[in-house]
Design a protein. Sequence first.
Lengths: 127, 140
Amino acid sequence: MGDKPIWEQIGSSFVQHYYQLFDNDRTQLGAIYIDASCLTWEGQQFQGKAAIVEKLSSLPFQKIQHNITAQDHQPTPDNCILSMVVGQLKADEDLIMGFHQIFLLKNIDDAWAYTSDMFRLALHNFG
Amino acid sequence: MTKSESKNILSGEDPEWEIWEQIGSSFVQHYYQLFDNVRTQLGAVYIDASCLTWEGQQFQGKAAIVEKLFSLPFQKIQHSITAQDHQPTPDSCILSMVVGQLKADEDPIMGFHQIFLLKNINDAWVCTKDLFRLALHNFG
């Protein structure tokens, strides 16, 4: 872990933090968004910390557990970090489902925040 | 490319797309068309500052990226997009996420996940970041 590029360390640290919050107390997720943040959740857009937190808090499950299969991180030209996560999740007693999520992490006044967040369940239309 | 041609039929949304959705979806369609039919032409969407992460491996710059994509070990490939999302970024780039399925040669259909960061350079949109993963999970 010590010899990974800095963006991988920061990116993966945030990813771990995000899902820990999400799975245990998603009302706390507001801390990682700002007013300029934009969430696309299953195709719906939510602009700004308040709208994002409202959406995430109102998701219709009691229990949720994310399991990360793979994650990739890249630095961007403007010193952001782009993170891609492929994984599986289980909500309440529903079946395990695959999901895909990406984050754009930006450093603002020495604090990192997610300015972009996009989530999709891996539900394909077969045939 | 007209709005009706580029409309994501799964979105069911108002056809008055934002400009980044138009540009993003146009790029995505173009990318997979090239990839599936003549991936030797893919170099045109990358620049020397581009970076590809393919199944966890990093490739820096147009030449290295093109070499990797050319050398992928299949004759035929077909991508099918299940869903795509686009967002503008703080520095006027476009971030695109694609979830879909692909079939290489006679292999079983597999899910994939890909993201593109698009940047406008001299009036042309190029891909500066490309990240690709097959949706292969370790069950249990």
